[in-house]
Design a binder for this molecule. Sequence first.
Ligand code: HSE
Length: 397
Amino acid sequence: MKIAVMGYGTIGSGVVEVLKINRDKIAKRAGEPVEVKYILDLRDFPGDPMEDKIVHDYQTIVNDPEVGVVVETMGGVEPAYTFVRAMLEAGKQVATSNKNLVAAKGAELIKIARDHGVNFQFEASVGGGIPIIRPLNKCLTGDEIIEITGILNGTTNYMLTKMTEEGADFDDVLKDAQNKGYAEKDPTADIEGHDPCRKIAILTSLVCGKQVDFEDIHCEGITKITATDIQYAKAMNRSIKLLASSKLVGDTYSCMVAPFLLPATHPLCGVNGVFNGIFLKGNVLGDAMFYGSGAGKLPTASAVVADVVDMVKHQHTNIYIDWVNEKMELVDYKASKNAFFVRTTSDRATVEAAFGEVAYVDAVVDGDVAFTTGTMTEEEFEKKSQQIVMVNRIRLG
Ligand code: HSE
């Protein structure tokens, strides 16, 4: 099987490396050797062992009937969408790691692939190297999935862990994560939660079979989390984690991305560093937990190569993915219920006038009044909190 890799960055070069490291195993599992014929990139890579494979025009790949599978690791929606679409329409199978593309165009590309008797697969788009797309699509089909809660961004989990364990500074840990190849090109997508937001939209689309638009999901990142918040978390025997969640409510879903204070007993509390964890509940399965390397070159490439192997084995069979381009209307986030940890400079009388009975937490900084609330809707919390001078608030998990 001759394949092409579009985008020779961190993940694309990882795919080439994985195909080399595990060459024989991959050939055995795919039923034939898998060889890279082209690498599409704007750059030339002089001196690189794959230099002679570099092409700059995607039509070279489209027009070569020998190429059966194409890997897309360029990132971003365009031109990735145009290139992927052209490959599928030319009867080539496509594996991608690109969550931006899958979240925006997944349903459409799945249909185009089906119409052309090929496959569009995207295991690496969520959870890096952790198998989660295939389990949802193929293994958990006897269940109604009632909840997915995940740590779906390696960069921010790495940062929060370092800030917790080493008292490290936000900017320094971000640079470190970027150097290790975990972060997006523009790390705003990581630290503002846009990356896990797209990932939970993809997972929710797969469990409901319809299009969940990430723009409809309430999304908060970790930029407002301070060293003082981390001190409070420790004092409460909790950890701050950026969670992406999706819960079945009637016929629809309540989805959110935000930092949560998790108790030490929560299964996601021990997910540290660049690791991702995905906790899910099925109506008959009960609980299941997926854990592993959620970002980085080789783990993500491992998932892409697994898709390539699957597609080499299914060259003339469409692997059905239940996700159509019909919009799923989500629950308005203001109606979702949470309990909150709050820091304020208002006094206790003002706090109690606004919230009624609360549980106070010993202040770790002078002048702070800190407390936790009972469960209430986001709308109720917003109204009550307007009556106090709030320093920060973090939801309780
Ligand atoms: N920037 C992403 C993360 C890469 O840190 O999780 C994997 O999608």
